[in-house]
Design a protein around this ligand. Structure first.
Ligand SMILES: *[C@@H]1O[C@H](CO)[C@@H](O)[C@H](O)[C@H]1NC(C)=O
Length: 128
């Protein structure tokens, strides 16, 4: 009987510890551009100032403009060359896109090549 109580208490404590860990690991959500929203007018470098990201955090892109769709690419090479096709990781075009950050560098490139060439809507974030 006493043994059972200890067991139950043990399970309870373990469950609490697990919950605490989950609490700590909870992902943060960031709306890219905040009130400015997402588009060629967004000053992403300003938006990024002072922000830190963890793997599992979510970037939310909200937009209605038809040229504001974007992709993630697999490496800095495709990021710098604006090659959204060859380096494609995933494409987004819903206007309410949620991107879960992977550990390491995450590269965002606009689908519209001209914007990328102009350095618009193009950014990378490091998540640790
Ligand atoms: C974007 O923001 C950065 C940092 O605040 C600033 O230096 C830069 O001039 C801004 N770019 C534009 C196009 O406004």
């Amino acid at each position: 009987m006493a043994m059972n109580k200890i067991l139950v208490a043990g399970i309870f404590v373990s469950a609490c510890l697990l919950l605490l860990q989950c609490e700590e690991a909870r992902a943060a959500e960031f709306v890219v551009g905040d009130d400015q929203g997402w588009g060629p007018q967004t000053n992403v470098s300003r938006w990024l100032e002072g922000k830190r990201f963890k793997a599992g955090d979510v970037l939310i892109f909200r937009y209605t403009c038809s040229l504001c769709s974007f992709v993630t690419v697999i490496s800095d090479y495709y990021y710098r060359s604006c090659d959204a096709f060859s380096g494609l990781k995933k494409s987004y075009n819903s206007g309410n896109d949620h991107v879960v950050l992977d550990y390491g560098d995450n590269f965002f490139v606009p689908s519209y090549h001209v914007y990328c060439e102009q350095g618009l809507m193009k950014f990378k974030v490091f998540a640790n």
